[in-house]
Design a protein around this ligand. Structure first.
Ligand SMILES: Nc1ncnc2c1ncn2[C@@H]1O[C@H](COP(=O)(O)OP(=O)(O)O)[C@@H](O)[C@H]1O
Ligand SMILES: O=P(O)(O)O[C@H]1O[C@H](CO)[C@@H](O[C@H]2O[C@H](CO)[C@@H](O)[C@H](O)[C@H]2O)[C@H](O)[C@H]1O
Length: 470
């Protein structure tokens, strides 16, 4: 089966694709908000505008396959300015009937028009459509506005069997054999996506700590480019840092050697990014903006989670201390960083080195902000928070375990860069505080049972005395 080159924009959407889009409207209204990766939870879906609909396999065959970019209309978040709606990437399969193994992929049944009686479903669950995507990447296909591209120096074998990853994630990933993993971004925005940009830059710089992109997909739409997917080598048999840390904690073992190796891995990635991409010096004006942003997030968080109120002034002091150094003329270097580093973003195969993945940054922040150079300490603070999380979610909680990991991680970082992050305590505290506040809001919204974990950090970080905080 070869992909068909039919691409239809909303105004010109005709024939089968037009009927399919009309049939999907009511079905997606129910289905979309239930998806883990749907970012607009809690607000009703009031409608859709298809930005692009591309037929990859025609419905006339046993399996129809459609690539959609849909703008989803929802009422704006309370108090937020009007927003045209987020754009999502969907891969829709159409079959006469779904085999039982695809039951979890069901979106619904078409009741009217030429497709009446057909079943539409989330095609990523189905190996065949997933293989169509790999084949398109392998052959560098151009279908409508879709551009499948690859690094020709890396081989993509055919015949690799596809399976959808079932892990909880913000996007969707397909593993091919044991060789590649394709991450399909779900909520997409125009512009350069750091999840492709940074691994490509690191690969060019010869940094082996990040799986080098093998192929990627983007869409050209109204003179704008949307990054849609990245294919990377699959780190076979790997566990992530969170799993490994919890395993060691359960055995009563420390994680010091691993934490030190992680510190070195982070430092290697930071050094390569600083060489490959521009760095800037943050002077008084930029630091003022940084501190203002942190303070505003604190204020919003206190509104959202009243449990923060008793610590508000102590937390604020972390930011005013940073503002104080800036006012004295202290500057910091900023560079491109990972942006959302935690133990779950670090992979290690049984006897291999650590790799870092998922350079998308915090998905809730605007793309332009995620691509700004920032102090590398921000990533370090994320990892330090993660050791704390692991230790406090163990039974019994093991704060000393976290202490050892945090020290070893900083030492590992210093092994490579010659700079121990602990020698910059004011900046480190400000970033750890900012992250802990973010986590409080995240847990209050998504996992209220976990709220005590970041709250305990908030309590510690709000203390005036540095000794008591560490
Ligand atoms: N190159 C890789 N090799 C092996 N597993 C990977 C690789 N990249 C990602 N994974 C697995 O896929 C999961 C989701 O990937 P991630 O990039 O974090 O997606 P998301 O942004 O959707 O959360 C990771 O937690 C990891 O288990
Ligand atoms: O999955 P994402 O990368 O989008 O990150 C979000 O979810 C994370 C939880 O899955 C959350 O991370 C927090 O919990 C982790 C343990 O589950 C811990 O290792 C992290 O240090 C802690 O921040 C993350 O904050 C959130 O953005």
């Amino acid at each position: 089966m070869t992909p068909m080159a039919e691409a239809l924009t909303p105004s010109g959407t005709t024939g089968t694709t037009g009927h399919l889009l009309a049939s999907l409207q009511p079905l997606l209204r129910e289905w979309l908000p239930r998806q883990r990766w749907f970012a607009g939870k809690g607000r009703p879906v009031t409608g859709f505008t298809p930005l692009a609909a591309t037929e990859l396999l025609p419905c006339e065959g046993r399996l129809g396959l459609y690539h959609l970019l849909l703008r989803v209309h929802q009422p704006p978040v309370l108090g937020a300015p009007p927003h045209p709606g987020d754009c999502y990437q969907l891969l829709i399969g159409v079959r006469e009937a779904l085999p039982p193994r695809l039951a979890p992929a069901l979106i619904g049944h078409v009741t009217r028009g030429p497709l009446a009686g057909r079943t539409v479903y989330e095609a990523l669950y189905d190996p065949r459509p997933a293989e169509v995507l790999l084949e398109a990447l392998r052959t560098q296909a151009r279908i409508g506005g879709l551009r499948f591209e690859r690094d020709r120096r890396q081989e993509i074998r055919d015949g690799l069997v596809a399976r959808l990853m079932t892990a909880e994630q913000s996007n969707s990933s397909i593993v091919y054999g044991d060789t590649f993993i394709l991450k399909l971004l779900r909520r997409v925005v125009p512009g350069v996506n750091p999840d492709l940009e940074l691994p490509l830059a690191l690969a060019r710089a010869g940094c082996a700590r990040v799986p080098a992109p093998t192929a990627w997909l983007h869409a050209e739409l109204d003179a704008q480019s949307y990054a849609l997917a990245v294919l990377q080598p699959f780190v076979s048999g790997a566990s992530d840092g969170w799993e490994l840390a919890l395993r060691e904690l359960a055995k009563g073992e420390d994680f010091v050697a691993e934490a030190r190796a992680l510190g070195r891995a982070t430092a290697e990635v930071h050094s390569a990014l600083a060489q490959a991409l521009p760095t800037v010096t943050l002077g008084q004006a930029q630091l003022r903006l940084l501190v203002d942003g942190m303070t505003e997030r604190l204020e919003a968080a206190v509104q959202a989670v009243p449990a923060l109120r008793p610590y508000e002034s102590g937390l604020r002091s972390a930011f005013t201390a940073l503002a104080g150094l800036a006012a004295e003329g202290r500057t910091w270097t900023a560079q491109r960083i990972h942006g959302d580093l935690h133990l779950g973003q670090c992979l290690r195969p049984p006897s291999g080195p650590w790799s870092l993945i998922d350079f998308e940054g915090e998905p809730a922040r605007p793309l332009a902000e995620r691509r700004l150079p920032q102090p590398a300490v921000r990533d370090i603070a994320g990892m330090l928070r993660s050791f704390d999380y692991a230790a406090l979610s163990a039974s019994p909680p093991a704060p000393q375990w976290a202490h050892g990991c945090r020290a070893a991680y900083c030492s590992g970082y210093a092994d490579v860069t010659g700079r121990d992050p602990r020698t910059d305590p004011v900046l480190l505290r400000a970033y750890e505080t900012d992250k802990a506040i973010y986590e409080v809001v995240y847990e209050a919204r998504h996992r209220p049972d976990w709220l005590p974990v970041p709250l305990s950090a908030v309590r510690r970080l709000s203390l005036p005395d540095q000794e008591a905080r560490s």
